[in-house]
Design a protein around this ligand. Sequence first.
Ligand code: PMP
Length: 339
Amino acid sequence: MGGITAGFVGAVGHTPLIRLNALSDLTGCEILGKAEFMNPGGSVKDRAALGILLEAEEQGLLAPGGTVVEGTAGNTGIGLTHLCNARGYRALIVIPDTQSAEKIGLMRSLGAEVRTVPAVPYRDPNNYVRLSGRIAAETPGAVWANQFDNLANRRAHFNSTGPEIWDQTGGKVDAWVAATGTGGTYAGVALYLKQQNPQVRCVLADPHGSALYAWVKQGELSLEGSSITEGIGNSRITANLEGAPIDDAVRVSDQDALDTIYGLLWQEGLFLGGSVGINVAAAVETARRLGPGHTIVTVLCDSGDRYRSRLYDADWLAGKGLQQPERHPSLAVPAKREP
Ligand code: PMP
């Protein structure tokens, strides 16, 4: 029956591909954003959470009433909790206490057991990801979603996000640009698009405080600075990112990301999160590098609603040494970035 989806699960994916009008007109390129904030759980991570859960079920790892454990910056936990409710499981989420109160509170409202832990590097055994793995191993009837290194994550994007982008553009896509947290979105789509057309340019967007830009540009994992963005950047190459095609990288500052999301709000009416600012600013920089006439696709990962007390709060931004962009009739165009 066309038009009717089977529950929450059936509503994941099939998101619109939105032309970002002002930035497209400005650059002479078609800059298109995959509207992942329109997933039923509100973010791109619904796809990964669904893929991971379905593969665990297929492998017989989850019995009714079982527990799904995950370490997450929030969005995967939100998606997983919705899905656990829909399929009869419990969700146990470990999250760094640096993540937004909106995301932590939402997971509790949805019914997850949420454990907040101090944010420590991956090499520390108490890092939220490693801790979640231990909790899963110690909990009877539990599976560890393990989004960073479980390839079900990028398979979900290879099988859904990639084909949707290919179909929606009629195969006319010149570049794919995305920041990576687990790398699942970037890698799954990059692998799919390259398979369709090896000429598609795949560009990794990175915030400060992440080692991936230096890894792409200089071949070494080194990081400097920090970022207020959540859910993106990494100090290691995850299994999901491993082997993904990467033709170029763009690093974006927090201020450029902020200018970009406020521009999207005022000029397009789109209210989006911080990682979107990194993605779209990097897409604009990619348009500059390629020149007019190209089609560039990126991801609109989640809504600004999840960051109202942070990215959309002048006092919070000032406390981070950042300026809330002033409303201006012309688009706030990010400054040219280092090549
Ligand atoms: N943006 C946001 C807001 C996220 O929560 C995430 C997931 N951590 C990403 C981008 C990156 O997605 P992925 O894990 O697929 O690399």
